[in-house]
Design a protein around this ligand. Structure first.
Ligand code: URA
Ligand code: CA
Length: 434
């Protein structure tokens, strides 16, 4: 087999075979196939697309390019949730204990934040003592005992994806549906879940800014998952404005605690119930979505979900007193309100700009090496569709810096107030199960 022939075949729009895809992934991972040939194939794929069959083969080849996590020692159907990334996306902190409390085992491998989006591990580390540096054995024991545990990414997972992603990043081939879908799904499958629920975000703060692109990506990922034997479902949700009110690590932990107590923002609560119902259904813990939803609502109302969160925090070294008393979380020195400059209805809160502002305060990383400040961030008081009076606070900035005029300016520029009526955007646009 020759790489030249594979590139030529894809260039002419033909379908690659399983063996050809394997030859490429194995050779490229080992370093036998050079970057210039790999980038030619990536560009040909970008332009000519791949069939569902090819996408599934590419995903499987990438999964098998490195280690795979074996979760078979955990009892029950393991369901993982993946979000394509957003601003103030507090869902994992709520979902893990919520679905665990109704019997779904949650064995979660999570990452740290980069750029304008946050990472679940950073958020959890805002709780004093909480740590994710646990052995695989301890991780599995914790899930079997308490139904939920979170671990950091470790081991040599999908090395082919790491290499290809870096290459795509510099060859204008990132935004290709078959390539994104196989990249995301390979990581999820290698992490060992039996079933996968995807939260595909759309809007200004999302990777897929356009709704049709988000639907195409969701459909592509659901098709790959189901083809390789992992039941997969997807929700397309809004990321034009941040999710919930809080953006920032400790601030989002407090928001998660409120939500688990039934006192959270409406949109965050609803998205957690929507995603959680799919997880419960895939785990075989309910007959239908209605029953799944009812179970989750009851778990919040009865305090079961909240108790599960406390157990989860405590079992990974976190101070459980914080869960009862969130004022023990790291606090910023300054709380600065941003008053509305005019009266009207909030028409826009550009999510990625809010995320970037939070990052500039220190809540997120500009580069992988940046240190973050767990206490700082932004708490919105208004969302799209809300009426605001001139002088009323739009949001509160939690800062450890005193001079933040550039950040204030950026925030003002990212919130638009209109004299006209403006409806809130839908939270969930679509649900995709095949
Ligand atoms: N996120 C990924 O993990 N892979 C892509 O290709 C794009 C976004
Ligand atoms: Ca939030």
């Amino acid at each position: 087999m020759r790489m030249y022939d594979i590139i030529e075949k894809k260039r002419d729009g033909e379908e690659l075979t399983r063996d050809e895809i394997r030859y490429f992934i194995d050779g490229y991972t080992k370093g036998d196939i050079p970057d210039y040939q790999a980038s030619a194939l990536m560009m040909a794929t970008y332009l000519k697309d791949m069939t569902t069959e090819e996408r599934a083969e590419l995903t499987t080849a990438m999964v098998e390019s490195g280690d795979q996590i074996d979760l078979s020692a955990i009892e029950g159907i393991k369901v993982d949730k993946h979000s394509t990334g957003g601003v103030g996306d507090t869902t994992t902190l709520v979902l893990a204990p919520l679905v665990a409390s109704v019997g779904v085992p949650v064995a979660k491998m999570s990452g740290r934040g980069l750029g304008h989006t946050g990472g679940t591990i950073d958020k959890l580390e805002a709780i004093p003592g909480f740590h994710v540096e646990i052995s695989n054995e301890e991780f599995i024991n914790l899930v079997n005992r308490n139904k939920a545990a979170v671990i950091g990414q470790s081991g040599n997972l999908t090395p082919a994806d790491k290499k290809l992603y870096s290459l795509r990043d510099v060859t204008a081939t990132v935004s290709s549906i078959p390539l994104i879908a196989s990249s995301i799904m390979s990581k999820k499958i290698a992490s060992g879940a039996d079933a996968i629920v995807l939260d595909v975000k759309t809007g200004a703060g999302a990777f897929m800014k356009d709704l049709e692109d988000a639907k195409d990506l969701a459909q592509a990922m659901v098709a790959i998952g189901n083809r390789v034997g992992r039941k997969t479902m997807a929700v397309i949700s809004d990321m034009s404005q941040p999710l919930g009110y809080a953006v920032g690590n400790a601030l989002e932990v407090k928001e998660a605690i409120d939500t688990l107590q039934g006192d959270g923002p409406e949109d965050l609560t609803e998205l957690c119930i929507a995603l959680g119902s799919q997880m419960v259904l895939l785990a075989g813990q309910a007959e239908n979505m209605g029953e799944a939803r009812e179970k989750l609502e009851q778990a919040i109302a009865s305090g079961k979900a909240f108790e599960q969160f406390k157990l989860f925090i405590e079992s990974q070294g976190g101070d459980p007193a914080v869960v009862d008393n969130p004022s023990l979380l790291p606090q910023a020195a300054h709380k600065i309100e941003l008053p509305a400059e005019k009266s009207g209805t909030v028409a826009e809160i550009i999510a990625d700009e809010i995320g970037t502002s939070a990052m500039m305060l220190g809540a997120g990383r500009a580069t992988k090496e940046s240190k973050i400040d767990l206490a700082v961030g932004i708490v919105l008081h208004k969302k799209i569709g809300d009426y605001v009076k001139k002088g009323e606070p739009l949001l509160t900035i939690h800062s450890n810096q005193e001079k933040i005029s550039d950040i204030k300016e950026r925030l003002y520029a990212s919130i638009k107030i209109t004299d006209n009526d403006q409806e809130a955007p839908p939270l969930v646009y679509d649900t995709i199960s095949q």
